[in-house]
Design a protein around this ligand. Structure first.
Ligand SMILES: Cc1ncc(COP(=O)(O)O)c(C=O)c1O
Length: 396
């Protein structure tokens, strides 16, 4: 029999699992101080409320919750998401919404309906590995664009668009980017829409962190300025309610959503109805904005505390971003260092983080950057971990 490798489809060859998952195995050990994950703070899950809601649903609407559902999503949840998005200006008359099994599915299905082998996608470099791997799996060509303090370098993006007619998509996490924590300026957002119109491409605006601002001024989403239906907006309940519910959504015009719905049918038929009913009921009974307010406060504190500790313990040659929201701080060492080597050393001392290369378009190129997450560790562990990491950095 041929080896499995020989039988595997071309589209999965060369795909590599996230190094984050590998690191996760180590970070499961309780003694490890992990800044590696991107998990929301579990103490923020409204466990009691969701337990009551779940019981009520099963007792009173069990026949619906446990039955097959509609691919587009559970009607009441669609309506609630639509109302929230409209209140935030993330909607135009030509748009509709489809509920997804997480934002990841939204990105993946968007890639699936647009990309033929060899079609191009412009991405911030670094970017979210889940999205990069979806583009890779459909044999898309990733065109990396550097990310500056105020977001993607749009001039560079235009140069790439000019010389690559096969580009179909621009993928951006414009607000509190994963992994950099950087937010794109208003000017660049407007410019990106102009580019999408000029070069006839779509923008995927992936916005799972946008509501987690704890500092600074709100900047309108790209979608809220989209008058020509060029922006496909992907939202998520993962960071504002619970990732385990696996709920996200896509807002786009029907011509985009129709093929996505067909692909979703063959992918997972529909999003978990029980989960959707839980979220709908939570949004009806409680104020999710109040809940998000508590999450913002907690993350604002944790981010501020981690930055204070970094100020105290890190050597000057380590530069880092100061995010105004979201979950991540991005650190950059002088180019001669490889953050994978730093990780090996820090793991010996039971401190974990995500090395930058995992988030780059070219994963094989060493990166001197790394990502720190502050949402799940206690203040004591943040200080201890940053102190140890500071010692590792100083010893390089
Ligand atoms: C930028 C970005 N997009 C999408 C996702 C996936 O979100 P979801 O849990 O809704 O699938 C993540 C998860 O960490 C993310 O960081």
């Amino acid at each position: 029999m041929a080896t499995i490798d020989a039988l595997l489809a071309n589209r999965v060859r060369g795909l590599r699992g996230s190094a984050i998952r590998e690191i996760f195995k180590v970070t499961q050990q309780p003694e490890v101080i992990s800044f590696a994950g991107g998990l929301p703070a579990p103490e923020m899950f409204p466990v009691k409320e969701l337990a009551e809601i779940s019981q009520d649903i099963l007792l009173h609407k069990g026949a619906i919750a446990l039955q097959y559902g509609i691919t587009e999503g559970y009607g009441p949840l669609k309506e609630l998401v639509k109302n929230r998005m409209q209140a935030q200006g993330i909607w135009s008359d030509q748009d509709d919404v489809v509920i997804m099994s997480g934002a990841q599915q939204g990105i993946d299905l968007t890639a699936k309906i647009f990309l033929n082998e060899g079609d191009g996608v412009i991405c911030e470099n670094p970017s979210f590995i889940g999205a990069l791997n979806s583009f890779r799996a459909y044999k898309g060509v990733i065109h990396p664009v550097e990310i500056e303090d105020d977001g993607m370098n749009v001039e560079q993006a235009e140069e790439i668009l000019k010389s690559n007619p096969s580009i179909k998509l621009i993928y951006t996490i414009a607000t509190f980017q994963n992994p950099s924590g950087i937010t794109m300026s208003l000017e660049k957002r407007k410019r990106l829409i102009e580019l999408a119109e000029k070069y006839d491409v779509f923008i995927i605006e992936d916005n799972p962190y946008g509501e987690l601002r704890f500092k600074g001024e709100e900047i309108p989403t790209i979608k809220s300025m989209d008058t020509s239906g060029r922006v496909i907006y992907v939202g998520s309940f993962s960071k504002i309610l619970s990732p385990g519910l696996r709920l996200g959504w896509i807002i786009a015009r029907p011509e985009v959503l129709q093929p996505i719905v067909v692909c979703k049918q063959v992918n997972d038929v529909h999003t978990n109805v029980f989960s959707q009913m839980i979220a709908a009921e939570y949004l009806t009974r409680y104020s999710i904005d109040e809940h998000i307010g508590k999450i913002r406060k907690l993350y604002g504190h944790k981010c501020g505390y981690m930055l204070e500790c970094m100020e105290k313990y890190f050597p000057d040659f380590c530069k880092y971003t100061r995010p105004e929201g979201g979950l991540f701080i991005w650190c950059t060492l002088p180019e001669k260092y490889n953050s994978l080597d730093v990780l090996k050393k820090s793991l010996e001392r039971k401190v974990a983080f995500v090395p930058g290369s995992t988030a780059m378009a070219d994963m094989d190129k060493p990166s001197s950057s790394f990502r720190l997450n502050y949402s799940t560790m206690t203040d004591e562990r943040i200080e201890e971990g940053i102190r140890i990491l500071g010692e590792v950095l100083k010893s390089l």
